[in-house]
Write a protein that binds this ligand. Structure first.
Ligand SMILES: O=C(O)[C@H](O)[C@@H](O)[C@H](O)[C@H](O)CO
Ligand SMILES: [Zn+2]
Length: 301
């Protein structure tokens, strides 16, 4: 597989502690993302190169567009609506009320406008946490929450097939990319199976997105790469290495969604690693991949 034309550029070197949940906002030519432990939602304007930030009151693990304006975000164990202008967050629903050590992790909106996000126990160090404490949820447009399953270790990447009939999901510590049958009408999932098991050097699967050919891109935490997978054959099609090891998530954006943006983390790195990887915690842009992505779905509530 050729990948020689891919070009990688660090577009933002503000050394985020744990960048996550990149989302392209076409209307503002911007990349939204979060810094989880810094409790920040960030918006990088790709034209002016300026970053705006909104600080919330708990770790913020994902952000998504909202059809009626503004954004939604998962903050602590709350689904919130975020007003960018006045920097206010309004709670729409709370989960895991009996689990004080839990927080949300990755989240994404489905093609019908439901906001899916899963939880995990708070980590004492990267990937070190009480196991099986998380669950997967979705916030419907009417603000009610449905729970899909529990026993999750680190709820992470998620996306839907182009025909909306499959939901792809990563529980990081299973080292697997899984698929479910998806019923877009009801938002129900069934028939869980694995479509790809990570190889040792690929390390921990984290964020994920789909491209226009229906192939999956998975950011490999500690693996310093994004990999492209064919969920039908279970084969890896491509590996793109980045100059930092803690690659956390990826999305397509830019003109016609022809660029890929990759977030990264610096939390958990020792001083020597930070010296060797000064761009750790930066945001990267990959061009020349030769495949495009699709626009993110906005939350419909
Ligand atoms: O970014 C996330 O999804 C988690 O919140 C992170 O803490 C790491 O991914 C995790 O440590 C590695 O699995
Ligand atoms: Zn993640």
């Amino acid at each position: 597989m050729t990948m020689s034309s891919a070009k990688i550029e660090c577009v933002l070197r503000e050394n985020w502690r744990c960048g996550e949940s990149p989302v392209w906002e076409e209307a503002s030519n911007s990349l939204l993302f979060v810094d989880i432990p810094a409790k920040k939602v960030c918006r990088w304007d790709s034209l002016s190169k300026q970053v705006q930030q909104v600080t919330v009151d708990a770790p913020v693990s994902s952000v998504a567009l909202r059809q009626s304006g503004g954004y939604v975000a998962t903050v602590g164990t709350k689904f919130c609506a975020l007003n960018w202008e006045d920097q206010s967050a309004v709670v729409l629903a709370t989960v895991d009320k009996d689990k004080k050590n839990n927080r949300f992790n990755d989240g994404k909106v489905d093609p019908a406008g439901r906001y899916f996000a899963g939880t995990m126990a708070e980590e004492t160090a990267p990937a070190v946490l009480e196991r099986h404490q998380g669950s997967l949820y979705s916030l419907f447009p009417d603000h009610h929450v449905e729970k899909y399953f529990d026993q999750v270790d680190i709820s992470n990447g998620l996306d839907w097939s182009l025909d909306h009939k499959i939901f792809y999901y990563i529980d990081s510590l299973s080292y697997s990319v899984d698929a479910f049958d998806y019923d877009l009408q009801t938002g129900k999932i069934s028939n869980r199976r694995s479509v790809y098991k990570l190889e040792k050097e690929e390390q921990i699967p984290d964020g994920m997105c789909i491209d226009v050919e229906g192939k999956l891109w998975v950011a490999c935490y500690n693996g310093g790469r994004v990999i492209r997978l064919d969920p039908e054959t279970g084969k890896r099609l491509q590996t793109v290495k980045l100059p930092v090891v803690k690659t956390t998530s990826c999305c397509f954006g830019g003109k016609d969604y022809s660029e890929m943006y990759v977030t990264s983390a610096r939390d958990g790195m020792d001083p020597e690693g930070l010296l060797q990887q000064p761009e750790a915690g930066g945001i990267f842009k990959i061009t020349g991949l030769g495949v495009k992505g699709i626009p993110p779905y906005p939350y419909a509530g």
